[in-house]
Design a protein around this ligand. Sequence first.
Ligand SMILES: [Zn+2]
Length: 492
Amino acid sequence: MNRLRRWSSFGLLLGLMLLACRPLLGAPGLLLSSRDTPQPSATATLAAPSLAPTATHQVATPRPTPSAASPSPAPTTDQPTPTAETTPAAEATLSPAALERMARIEQDVEELRGLHATRPVEKVVITREELARKVEEDFLADYTPEDAAKDAVELWLFGLAGRDVDWYEVHKTMLSEGIAGFYDDEEEKMYVVAEDGFPPHARLTYAHEYTHALQDQTWDLDEGLGFNDETCEQDSELCAGMQALVEGDASVTEYLWFWEKATPREQEAIRRYYQSLDMPGWDASPEFMQEDILFPYTAGQDFVLALFKDGGWEAVNAAYDNPPASTEQVLHPERYPDDRPMRVDLPDIGALLGDGWEAVTEHNALGEFWLYLVLAKSETLAYRLDEDEARRAAEGWGGDAYATYYQPEGDGAVLVQKWVWDTSDDADEFTRAFLRYAEQRFGPAQSSGPTLWVWEDTEWGTVFFATVGPRGHVWVIAPDRATAQRLFEATR
Ligand SMILES: [Zn+2]
């Protein structure tokens, strides 16, 4: 099971793109100049000032999407409230002027993106209350209290959160607050949140979501691309790569619409809207979660822009036949598609642990991006490496595998992880960085070096960290030394 990427896959195709665009909307010209009208065949039209790498990773103060606490979506006279039982068609709830504006955005997006709808996209207008209900019924329906408990164990093992966080509540708040509209690729329907007619910020959302509809009609995201729960559970790195492609593409298109097609008045209204947005749930959420949610939009957009600069939309289109296989490829587009993740195997941890243990994650990869989060975004500030050091340490990732287990009837928890690095220099750099991180988190090692470090009686139990050959590492956390030793010996 892929626990760590849970919220990302909840976020599939949701209208969270507004999260990512806000910093850019305040900085006109950062993405591209208004003269750079991209043509589908053009190769260099986005070559104008691109996103500075730092800008895209600055998520310290994102003020993403409409707040649930913002003015209640009381319908105006020409917008009868949709009833809960039957979600009425858009025609029933949006004014003719709004529908006309929508149709023009559809044309604009098709022209900007160079993709064309093969059939009309059904629109469903819902209120924010209905959206909140839909979030619980659709997105959280399969998320059981047991799932939430497992998430809590895994995130605690990685040092990213306390063990008693109620992740169901966190997801519910974030989703209800953070969604501005979404395209449902299973139902093939566009959900538009009716707030006050069809205001400029909703038009921007619509440009993004309509791009998803075009992607789905062109490539079939679920069946064709394979962007679905199964992929995400089996290979969270490929899942993250696909999501970055899909969201990066929609984000770039959305910005193009903003700069090329929105009127100056709309642009101004959209900027004002995001400047005044209040997002208490987002503000209160852990930093690692914010960065994880933003990743497909920010890093994905840089990835798509890199492809676009080289080969225009044709190169972006081609990536749907060969999506990025890892967060490493997304973060370093020059490594796409050749630097494939290396396969790393683990022993059968369940069999080694015996009765009374249950897998949280039986086998998955953490990847470059999540390793960066573990090193730089610990819940406790004192454990954190600074962002640059963490980024450098995670870079050079060749492949990894980890497993986490817990005792449903007790409080035992186990983490086993194994890495392989691109080069021995990358491995050495990680050794140094991890030891600094470990010392901050676990204190001084009881026995240390030259290849094995052990910490006992930490808050998490006994911790082993070892170099394995010139390019590998093993990390084990277990409740006691004997168990840690057994798992370590079997894994090294
Ligand atoms: Zn999206």
